[in-house]
Design a protein around this ligand. Structure first.
Ligand code: RIB
Ligand code: CA
Length: 322
C-alpha cells in the first residue's frame, strides 16, 4: 500500500470529541510519521466537554505523548442545547478502561490555540491541516473570530455528514453535523478547502471479527491492547441497518485519508447544511456537479486496506512506546 510518506510531516491539529473512534483516529495519527500532531482540541459531542478533554489526555498518556498539548473548547453548540453520543459508554471510551489522566489541559481555549497554530502556519508558509472529528463548533468560532487567519488553513478534513446515506442520529442527519449544523454550515461556506468523510464511506468500513483480530496480541496497557479494547464493544449487532454485525469505524478514516489517500475515491461537490427545517435539521446536501463549492466528498474506501493500515500504525506506535 502506498502511503503519502511525505518527506516533510503534515502539520495537523485534531479537533475531536473522544469518543471511541476519535481515540482510534488519534492513535493512528501518533503512529504515522507523515503527521506532525501539533495539538488536540476538544469539543462537546460523544460525552460532555470535560469527559472528551479527559479522554484526549488519557489517550496521549497511554501513547507516551503527553508532550502534545490538549486544549478544551466549546461545551455547547453555537445555537441550542448539546446532544451526546449513544455508543461510547459512560466514560466515552467504550470498552477501554483507563485511569484518570495525570496531566491537565492547557489554560488557553481551543479556538485561541487553533488561531496561534494558524499564525505559525502563515509565518512558516506551510498550511495547517485541521482534522475535525466532532461537531465543528470550535472551527466555526475560529473562522468568525479570526477570519484573517483562513489563509493558514491548508484544508479541513472532517468526519461528518450523510449524502446518499440515511442519517445515524436522525432520519436525515449524521451526529457531528446534527450536533451543531450552524457551525458546519459556517465551515462549508467559508471558502476553505474541505474534505468530508461522511457516513456514505464510513459505513463501508465496518468492524468484523477478522478485522478486530488484527489488533490482538498487544501487551497489557499498550496502544494495541487499548485499540483492541476500544473495538471489542463497538459492534452494533444490527445487520438490518449496517449490513452486518459490526460497527462503523468513522473517525480514523480522516487520519487514514491524510496518510494513504489512495485508499479512497472522492468526488468534488458543494456542501450545504439544513439549519431551519425541523424534519431535516442538520441534513447535508451535495451539489455533485461541483458548480457551487470546492469540497471533496469521499465516496469509496478500501476497507481492508484501511484496517491493515490502522493495525500496522498502532502496532508501530506500540514499538515506539515499548
Ligand atoms: O456520526 C459519527 C461521528 O459522531 C463520529 O465522529 C463519532 O465519534 C461521533 O462524534
Ligand atoms: Ca468523533
Amino acid at each position: 500500500m502506498d502511503t503519502s510518506l511525505s518527506p516533510v510531516p503534515i502539520p495537523v491539529v485534531i479537533d475531536c470529541d473522544p469518543g471511541v473512534d476519535d481515540a482510534m483516529a488519534i492513535l493512528l495519527a501518533l503512529g504515522s510519521p507523515e503527521i506532525e500532531l501539533r495539538a488536540i482540541t476538544t469539543v462537546c459531542g460523544n460525552v460532555p466537554l470535560a469527559g472528551c478533554t479527559a479522554n484526549a489526555l488519557r489517550i496521549l498518556e497511554l501513547a507516551g505523548r503527553t508532550d502534545i498539548p490538549v486544549h478544551a473548547g466549546a461545551d455547547a453548540p453555537l445555537i441550542g442545547a448539546p446532544i451526546y453520543g449513544r455508543f461510547h459508554g459512560p466514560t466515552g471510551l467504550g470498552g477501554l478502561s483507563l485511569p484518570a489522566p495525570s496531566t491537565t489541559a492547557q489554560p488557553e481555549h481551543a479556538v485561541e490555540k487553533l488561531a496561534s497554530e494558524l499564525r505559525r502556519a502563515v509565518e512558516a508558509g506551510k498550511g495547517l491541516t485541521i482534522c475535525a472529528l466532532g461537531p465543528m463548533t470550535n472551527l466555526a468560532l475560529l473562522l468568525k473570530l479570526h477570519p484573517d487567519l483562513k489563509s493558514g488553513i491548508d484544508r479541513v478534513v472532517s468526519m461528518g455528514g450523510a449524502f446518499r446515506s440515511p442519517g445515524n442520529r436522525s432520519l436525515t442527519s449524521e451526529f457531528n453535523v446534527l450536533a451543531d449544523p450552524h457551525a458546519a454550515r459556517i465551515v462549508y461556506e467559508a471558502g476553505i478547502a474541505c474534505v468530508a468523510l461522511p457516513l456514505d464511506v464510513t459505513h463501508q468500513a465496518m468492524t468484523t471479527p477478522e478485522r478486530c483480530a488484527l489488533f490482538a496480541g498487544g501487551a497489557p496497557g499498550s496502544p494495541l491492547a487499548a485499540a483492541h479494547a476500544l473495538l471489542e464493544r463497538w459492534a452494533r449487532h444490527d445487520p438490518a441497518r449496517y449490513g452486518g454485525d459490526g460497527g462503523p469505524m468513522h473517525d480514523p478514516l480522516v487520519t487514514a485519508f491524510l496518510v494513504a489517500p489512495s485508499l479512497f475515491h472522492t468526488a468534488p461537490a458543494g456542501i450545504f447544511v439544513e439549519t431551519d427545517s425541523p424534519l431535516c435539521y442538520g441534513q447535508t446536501v451535495a451539489d455533485w456537479y461541483g458548480r457551487s463549492g470546492t469540497a471533496l466528498i469521499a465516496t469509496k474506501v478500501d476497507a481492508d486496506g484501511f484496517y491493515r493500515l490502522l493495525a500496522e500504525r498502532i502496532a508501530r506506535l506500540e514499538r515506539m512506546t515499548a
